[in-house]
Design a protein. Structure first.
Length: 480
């Protein structure tokens, strides 16, 4: 079994790295990007991911592998899939999904450069995989009317379906549907959905993930220009009609550095629909290449459908098991254009549960990882005028290595008189802001000062009120 390249010196370096997260999943070392095929199998959650085991930069794609009993604490396992020098995946085992198929698990992935491949495992820890003898089962050839790339696979009755993401000749996102009775012989059907006005020209449907949710169907995908997003719609006669669209990343086009990127769903044993997504580094390649590691996963989400067919989003409940040293702040009036530093709340591995009444304020919110003089700070701002929430990292770091300082602004309409409710997770270089069960904004920040630990609340353009604030230090997931 092949493992990630590490040395005692590298492991010591990673353990001492102040920018490496304590309670978010990260590779044991080297490079990580897309999550692949998360699945629950024989009492454990399995996470696979795009991984370069030899360097902290993109390239030499394998599938990394980790296992967890709770989606919080993880154990790294040997690499699941590696390129075969004489096979269709000689230039890399690219992204795909996993399917529990009776007493086996199937992986469906893009084998670079030749096409879509399948591998099968049935052992308890999914550490032994057999690649299909007919790989690539869906080959890539010149002049095809469809795109063969990162796939997802599901099964209806005795028939397998594969969806390969791409774009139309008109430069709009779409995906292409295939079916097979036996995993060996595949028939191309048609474009799975027609382009919509929801997404932008130039976006593609990369890393698609299609699944039922409630009485609707969801298509997750990540465009190379704008990152992770979704359609909700109707699935009928093996065609998908998108009727609602939402984004999970809100940066500018080509602004995926340091933001939420590819995401995949999995179903928990109790039926909850969960989501795991990757958060890219926000530093220059020459920096993270020398650090010995790159890439983290965001906290798992629990998702459901709202009445308007948008996603309801909450952090995984079991994350609360990491809470330590609780602090409660008394309700406080916030005068217009004031900032209140909370001396009892400090740290860079925190969870905050905050309720704010915007009152007459034009804007209100929090400042995180704040140095005493405000030289470094990450701003979370709710704007009552346009009903948006923003994570602003323009002053988050004094490091010259940080890239993409654009704010992340998402829609958050609140009913008249409704409070702003935030669950905020800070883990050294990542801030995840869950708002009113409807939105999550994620950004990487990179504080450099050892005293960038402060938290403050503020109101601007009118008075607001801090209704409640609880804070917890968060335990690490790798200790012991």
């Amino acid at each position: 079994m092949k493992h990630t390249l590490t040395t005692p010196e590298l492991l010591a370096k990673l353990a001492a790295d102040p920018w490496r997260p304590r309670y978010h999943f990260a590779p044991p070392a080297q490079w990580m990007n897309d999550p692949n095929g998360p699945v629950f199998w024989k009492g454990r959650y399995h996470l696979f991911y795009q991984h370069n085991p030899s360097a902290a930069i993109w390239g030499d794609m394998h599938w990394g592998h980790a296992v967890s009993e709770d989606l919080v604490h993880w154990q790294h396992l040997p690499l699941a899939l590696e390129p075969d020098p004489d096979g269709p995946d000689a230039k890399g085992v690219f992204s795909g999904t996993a399917l529990v198929d009776g007493d086996q698990v199937r992986m469906c992935y893009f084998g670079n450069p030749h096409g879509i491949c399948i591998a099968t495992s049935s052992d308890e820890l999914l550490t032994t995989w057999e690649k299909h003898s007919a790989n690539p089962v869906i080959p890539r050839r010149e002049g095809q009317e469809y795109v063969v790339y990162d796939p997802c696979m599901w099964k209806e009755g005795d028939t397998y379906y594969v969806l390969s993401g791409g774009r139309t000749a008109g430069d709009r996102d779409t995906a292409f549907l295939f079916r097979s009775p036996d995993l060996r012989h595949w028939e191309y059907l048609y474009p799975f959905y027609e382009p919509t006005p929801f997404s932008d020209v130039g976006e593609d449907c990369a890393v698609p993930d299609f699944f039922p949710l409630g009485n609707r169907h969801v298509l997750l995908f990540a465009s190379h220009r704008r990152g992770s997003q979704y359609y909700v719609g109707t699935y009928k006669d093996h065609r998908f009609i998108p009727e609602r669209h939402g984004r999970m990343a809100y940066g500018p086009p080509s602004g995926r550095t340091g933001t939420y990127n590819e995401a995949y769903h999995l179903t928990a044993p109790d039926g909850r629909c969960l989501l795991i997504g990757r958060v890219a580094e926000g530093t220059a390649q020459e920096y993270y290449a020398g650090s010995g590691w790159s890439g983290i996963m965001g906290l798992p989400w629990e998702i459901a459908l709202a009445e308007d067919d948008t996603l309801l989003i909450e952090p995984l409940r079991r994350i609360e098991g990491l809470r330590q040293a609780a602090v409660r702040v008394a309700p406080t009036a916030l005068a217009a254009d004031t900032e209140l530093v909370l001396p009892e709340v400090r740290g860079n591995c925190l969870e905050l549960a905050v309720t704010l009444d915007p009152g007459e304020a034009l804007a209100c919110g929090l400042k995180l990882c704040r140095s005493p003089g405000g030289e470094e700070e990450t701003l979370i701002r709710y704007d009552r005028r346009d009903s948006t929430l923003t994570v602003d990292i323009s002053r988050a770091s004094l490091s010259p290595h940080v890239r993409n300082l654009h704010p992340e602004t998402g829609p958050l309409p609140l009913p008249a008189g409704a409070p702003l409710r935030l669950r905020v997770f800070v883990d050294r270089t990542i801030a995840e802001v869950f708002a009113n069960g409807r939105l999550c904004l994620t950004r990487r920040m990179y504080p450099t000062r050892q005293d960038s630990l402060g938290v403050a609340v503020f109101a601007a353009g009118g008075a607001a009120r801090l209704v409640s604030l609880q804070a917890w230090q968060m335990a690490g997931i790798w200790e012991g």
